[in-house]
Design a protein around this ligand. Structure first.
Ligand SMILES: [Zn+2]
Length: 305
């Protein structure tokens, strides 16, 4: 499996256009050691030909252009992107589908709950039909072949696993009855059986999640917030990490301490919010991640499993 991290920030990117927090201000001015980041998206391939995107963030066009193997080559209108696997219906994860509408026809892998949220809130499947069209695929719940657009084997198998209910904000009060799952993915190389777990959003570690993590070679993990009240420290009245559905990285119950008890795999934090102090490479929080044997993901990082 080959993996390219195209974007590693949470919604808003880093720096965020309307933010002057110490991180955003510092990275703009060059006064802190930190790398700008686009919104979370990873590209995965098992055969160097078909590439699958995990999510489609708003700046997906620039992300695709940042990685030459994802640019069009075979025909005037073509793409090596064989499909998009959605982890939730949040705008940060799906607005790029509007860019990809230009075609060829999209293959979107999304649970029924995510698809329902996209249809109820954004009329997305109806909209895409007026452009290049989209085929919608319910991801399997046990490892099954991930097929390229023409139905051929891609060298990868995949499964989705339920993380929690996560109706997107745009559904408003309709979110109560409408769905909106949040899922993670296991992606496995059909030949080598090496295994990747993608978990850009999670609010807790339950037993099922632990089992999946224990068996994997690489974990791309929710690094949104360092602490529960991180946003409130910057913007009074903001929601807590828990209220936004994210388990913090730091602290006694944080994900960094939890993964240390599950040794054996490479762990890279992704979906990092611009307020997270671990983005500053000279911060004690960044040092704590490194000391624990984990990594803070950055755009352009390539991994081969
Ligand atoms: Zn900021």
């Amino acid at each position: 499996v080959k993996i390219r991290l195209l974007g590693t920030a949470a919604g808003g990117g880093f720096p965020q256009w309307n933010c002057a927090c110490p991180n955003c201000d510092g990275v703009r001015r060059g006064t802190i050691r930190a790398r700008p980041r686009r919104e979370f998206c990873a590209a995965v391939s098992g055969n160097d030909r078909d590439w699958f995107l995990i999510n489609a963030p708003p700046d997906v066009r620039a992300q695709l252009e940042s990685f030459a193997v994802l640019t069009a080559r075979e025909a005037v209108r073509s793409t090596p992107v064989a499909g998009v696997l959605l982890t939730s219906a949040d705008l940060d994860n799906v607005l790029g589908l509007l860019t990809l509408r230009e075609g060829p026809a999209l293959a979107v892998h999304a649970t029924a709950g995510i698809r329902q949220a996209l249809q109820t809130g954004l009329s997305l499947s109806v909209l895409l039909e007026e452009y290049a069209g989209a085929s919608w695929h319910e991801p399997p719940t046990s490892l099954s072949p991930l097929r390229s657009r023409d139905g051929a084997a891609s060298g990868l198998e995949y499964e989705a696993f339920f993380v929690d209910r996560h109706p997107p904000r745009y559904l408003g009060s309709r979110g109560a009855e409408a769905c909106g799952d949040r899922v993670g993915y296991v992606i496995s190389d059909s030949a080598t059986k090496s295994r990747l777990v993608v978990l850009p959003g999670c609010s807790a570690f339950d037993a099922g999640l632990r089992d999946r993590i224990v068996g994997c070679d690489l974990l791309l993990l929710d690094g949104t917030f360092w602490s529960e009240d991180e946003l409130q420290q910057q913007a009074p009245g903001a929601r807590t990490a828990g209220e936004m559905g994210h388990l913090p990285v730091g602290g006694p119950g944080g994900s960094l301490s939890l993964i240390q008890s599950l040794k054996g795999r490479r762990t890279i934090y992704v979906h990092v919010n611009n307020t997270n102090p671990m983005l500053n490479e000279d911060s004690p929080e960044h040092a704590a991640v490194c000391a624990a044997g984990a990594e803070v993901g950055y755009d352009g990082l390539d991994i081969a499993l």
